[in-house]
Design a protein around this ligand. Structure first.
Ligand SMILES: Nc1ncnc2c1ncn2[C@@H]1O[C@H](COP(=O)(O)OP(=O)(O)OP(=O)(O)O)[C@@H](O)[C@H]1O
Length: 596
């Protein structure tokens, strides 16, 4: 339960709504109590006057007496109706304050969790799977909302009602009060157990539903592979198994749910029977009136739902506490990469790696083992090497997605940590190996956060021209407004890569990093992109990571990586003359090209 204390700051933020809610709960309950007393009064009047009415039978006053009595009862009826309406009105206000407060806190909490997610480092995302991250921001926050809304509302309601009803009941007859309230704790405890079983079973249903969603989502996004391997039958069978499990879990839940209502009605009925039986005895002995019995039946019925809700609320609160604990666990995880500098210093683009070592925290793999190089602003550096040699790691370290485990990275002759992290990342145009396009228009995918002003629209056009993808876009019937499906499935691999390049170029970055992003582009288009790059990147630095010699041969400096170490360095001509790894790679790729 301690974890829920975290939410107190939000309760303080919305204190006025909460206080108003409490006031409305109190008022609505007062309107609930009055009708019971009016009914008791009416009962007693009818009981007392019915004898007189019978005595007057046949006299002149008989009809008048009837008219007065029925008018009075009609008035009482009207009163009860009015009270019910007022109760309803204040119940509406209660929900408008407390339930709205819970929705506002849910909104704030979701935003807080998302903002924190954004600040966390890549290592955090490696450690936690996407499903878990999504669950905490959606399901867990919803469970916490149930505590802030219904749980708080029903608890307050119960407290207010208890004070009002029980004190009224005791003032009528303490003995009867004691007897009729006895089954209520039993009701509360049983509801607690039943709702716990319901919750456990619903969670199982929910989990199975997520399994089905993941299954279906993978089936859609991997549709090409599935079709190519023609394994429709196997997938259908697997899907059938998943839905069968879902059905069975749901049927179990339905069974327990079916128990819930009858159990409640049984226990409520038990209290009513007790009220009438013991109340009847007390009325016979003259301790209470028959009107009091009617009044008590109403009180007992008024109490049963809030008392039953107590069991439900306890179970809700326990679940909310567990969810909040999971949320807190994420909110308390600190980003490994911290930003201590909040002032912007213009970045020129000089980069220096001084004996940089890097070990991935989760796998323990030493991806870089003493890497040294420097790039002056305006120069281009190529990184070439076998798969797994550490090329992407260099890109990751320049963007401070990780910090080196040993050695130092300097930008403009200053340790990289002394730059505002946000500004550093804003100054870098990074084209990753795996292109990710959002389900949005081409225009928005390239502009990527920039306002679509007239100037920016021009820049989008220019960037796509520089990335050699403009003519592809204009060929689509909707041009730049073409919507890209999930992960851009309407585009070819090469088109996606070029769109991703355009997205980096539009930023006019001081440092441009191409991480093997020309692999799906033919050599002629590649040549044109690289020529455009020379023009755009004048005075800015570029890092081109590739497997292909054709992508790196024009760079000012080329480093060849092998198992995290630089094994050769120089420009294209120098490396060819060395007749080493680079020259072998060049020959091999020339041969492959000729064969192709
Ligand atoms: N996030 C990570 N967590 C743990 N280990 C990693 C991570 N990323 C890369 N590695 C490991 O670090 C080593 C270097 O990886 P890196 O991605 O830098 O290679 P690369 O040269 O870019 O390879 P490729 O050309 O295939 O992209 C590899 O052994 C890889 O398995």
């Amino acid at each position: 339960m301690k974890s829920l204390r975290y939410l107190n700051k939000y309760l303080v933020k919305y204190k006025w709504r909460l206080l108003l809610g409490i006031l409305f709960i109190a008022i609505s309950n007062v309107f609930k109590i009055f009708p019971a007393q009016i009914i008791r009064y009416a009962f007693d009047i009818v009981k007392e006057t019915i004898v007189q009415y019978q005595v007057l039978n046949g006299t002149y006053f008989h009809a008048d007496f009837y008219a007065v009595l029925s008018k009075m009862l009609l008035l009482f009826g009207g009163f009860v109706l009015l009270m019910a309406l007022m109760n309803g009105l204040f119940l509406f206000f209660t929900r408008q304050t407390i339930i709205v407060m819970s929705r506002l806190i849910e909104y704030d909490l979701k935003n807080e969790v998302f903002k924190h997610y954004q600040d966390l480092s890549l290592a955090f995302y490696k450690r936690n799977n996407t499903g878990d991250l999504m669950n905490r921001i959606s399901e867990d926050v919803s469970k916490v909302r149930m505590y802030l809304g219904p749980a708080i509302m029903y608890t307050l309601n119960l407290i207010v009602l208890f004070v009002l009803v029980i004190s009224t009941m005791i003032s009528v007859n303490a003995k009867l009060t004691l007897y009729v309230l006895t089954p209520l704790p039993l009701l509360s405890i049983s509801i607690y157990y039943v709702s716990n079983i319901i919750n456990i079973k619903s969670e199982k249903v929910q989990r199975q539903l997520s399994n089905i969603s993941t299954f279906v989502q993978e089936a859609f996004s991997g549709i090409r592979v599935l079709k190519a391997y023609n394994i429709n039958m196997e997938r259908e069978k697997a899907f059938l198994e998943e839905t069968e499990t879902y059905k069975n879990k749901n049927l179990e839940l339905v069974k327990v749910n079916a128990l819930f209502q009858p159990l409640m009605i049984l226990l409520i009925g038990l209290s009513t029977i007790l009220t009438i039986y013991i109340g009847g005895e007390l009325a016979i002995s003259g301790e209470i009136t028959t009107g009091n019995i009617a009044e008590f039946v109403i009180y007992v019925n008024m109490l049963t739902w809030p008392v039953a809700a107590l069991g439900w609320v306890t179970s809700l609160t326990q679940r909310a506490a567990a969810s909040q604990e999971r949320i807190n666990e994420f909110l308390q995880s600190e980003p490994e990469i911290k930003n201590h500098i909040h002032t912007d210093t213009p970045i020129e683009g000089n980069i220096e790696f001084k004996d940089v070592h890097f070990v991935y925290p989760d796998s323990g793999i030493e991806a870089l083992k003493g890497v040294n190089f420097s790039i002056k602003a305006g120069e281009s550096l190529a990184v070439i090497g076998r798969t797994g040699s550490g090329k992407t790691t260099i890109a990751n370290l320049i963007g401070r997605l990780f910090d080196p485990t040993q050695g130092e990275i300097r930008v403009d002759n200053k340790p990289i940590r002394e730059f505002n992290l946000n500004q550093l990342r804003r100054s870098i145009g990074y084209v990753p190996q795996e292109v990710f396009l959002f389900s949005d228009t081409i225009e928005n995918n390239v502009a990527f956060g920039l306002d679509l002003t007239k100037d920016n629209l021009k820049a989008v056009e220019q960037a796509t021209k520089d990335a050699q993808v403009y003519h592809n876009i204009t060929e689509f019937p909707k041009g730049f407004q073409t919507e890209l499906g999930e992960r851009g499935i309407t585009l070819s691999g090469g088109q996606k890569q070029r769109l991703s390049i355009a997205r980096a170029l539009i930023k006019k970055p001081k440092i441009l990093i191409f991480d093997d992003c020309l692999s799906a582009v033919d050599t002629q288009t590649e040549e044109r992109i690289l020529t455009n790059l020379k023009r755009i990147m004048k005075g800015r630095s570029s890092v081109i990571i590739s497997h292909r010699v054709s992508s790196v041969k024009h760079c000012d400096q080329i480093i060849v990586l092998d198992d995290g170490k630089i094994v050769e360095r120089g420009n294209h001509a120098e490396l060819l003359s060395k007749k080493g790894v680079y020259s072998d790679l060049h020959e091999q790729q020339l041969l492959e090209e000729q064969e192709a």
